[in-house]
Design a protein around this ligand. Structure first.
Ligand code: ADE
Length: 334
């Protein structure tokens, strides 16, 4: 089965996800503190008729960083130009993108921590004083050329804020962490999705999906679509708890929303390394997953729900992990 819970796989959802995305701050569910602050910053920038300060959004994938970039653009009345950090290979690529911006536009750079360093350095001037500086070679001599840019707002998104260089980080006036959503917010998001997609859902069924979505709207919406398939197939006009449970069972999503990678990760620590501590590299090679995928996608949620701890000597499975996997400490060193 394809990875229902691979929070990183955004592309395949994109078409259908777009219509589900809230357009305005008032429609955006959850992240209340962030929304409250953004309302002030956006309102003040509009009153001053200035672009919003550059915004850095960081947090695990699937929590709505791209959605928020579009919401900010709508609130500011500008257009969005989206690029992906690793796809901008040369300074010329960035210069071309920057020179096409119009006043008030939002430049959204996803995975900004993966911008090549030379490209990042061109961005400094663009962010700081809306100018583009580069070297040109004519007749064997090189000259520095500076071009003015329209005032714009850079919205950068990253899953790893620690990987951002300090000079880049320092150029963001607004820096916001996007947190996992509590089940109550996810339930609201599922109900909203059911309205957008015109398939009613009972409150209890929405709650069930919310509880198994690892705090992540993208996963909640993806599960919702699969549950809707089960309801449509059974010719039900509303998604009820029974259909939801049947679908969750068929999709092998456990009571906490853990998938086969989470389970392999946890049982490897417990069964092969006596509960840890064990290094992430060792776990990754034992279960055949990429280190970065484990670190960015899987571990943040396992840490949040208290299944693992990070120690200087490696990862440790907690008592809660033993209980959830119904494992005993037999054979453990502790
Ligand atoms: N769809 C995905 N994320 C959402 C959010 N935070 N609010 C409303 N709808 C959403």
């Amino acid at each position: 089965m394809s990875r229902l819970l691979d929070a990183k796989k955004e592309k395949e959802d994109e078409g259908s996800e777009l219509s589900l995305r809230p357009q305005r701050l008032s429609e955006y569910i959850g992240q209340n503190e962030l929304k409250k602050n953004l309302r002030v910053f956006i309102g003040a920038a509009k009153k001053r008729e200035e672009p919003l300060d550059h915004v850095l959004l960081y947090g695990p994938p699937g929590l709505g960083k791209t959605t928020l970039a579009y919401v900010i653009a709508n609130e500011m009345g500008g257009k969005v130009k989206t690029i992906n950090g690793p796809s901008v290979e040369k300074t010329g690529d960035l210069a071309a993108i920057l020179s096409e911006l119009e006043p008030g536009d939002i430049l959204f750079i996803d995975e900004i921590h993966r911008l090549p360093r030379v490209v990042e350095e061109v961005l400094y001037g663009a962010m700081e004083d809306f100018s583009l500086s580069f070297m040109v070679n004519t007749d064997g001599t090189s000259k520095a050329l500076t071009l003015p840019l329209p005032p714009f707002t850079l919205v950068g998104a990253t899953t790893r804020s620690g990987d951002l260089s300090s000079p880049l980080r320092a150029r963001f006036g607004i820096s916001a962490k996007i947190d996992f959503y509590p089940p109550k917010d996810l339930q609201e998001i599922v109900v909203r999705t059911s309205k957008v997609l015109e398939m009613p859902i009972s409150a209890d069924a929405a709650k069930r999906i919310a509880e198994r979505s690892r705090g992540t709207p993208r996963i909640a919406n993806r599960i919702f679509r699969r549950v809707r398939d089960f309801a449509t197939f059974a010719e039900k006009s509303e998604i009820d708890v029974e259909t939801t449970d049947q679908a969750l069972e068929a999709l092998k999503i456990d009571s906490l929303g853990l998938d086969d990678v989470d389970i392999k990760y946890l049982s490897t620590i417990i069964d092969r390394f006596h509960g840890g501590p064990v290094g992430l590299e060792t776990i990754a090679s034992a279960i055949g997953e990429e280190i970065q995928n484990l670190e960015d996608v899987y571990e943040p949620y396992l840490l949040m729900i208290g299944m693992i701890n990070r120690t200087p000597r490696g990862r440790v499975a907690t008592e809660k992990a033993y209980k959830h996997l119904k494992k005993s400490h037999q054979g453990s060193l502790f």
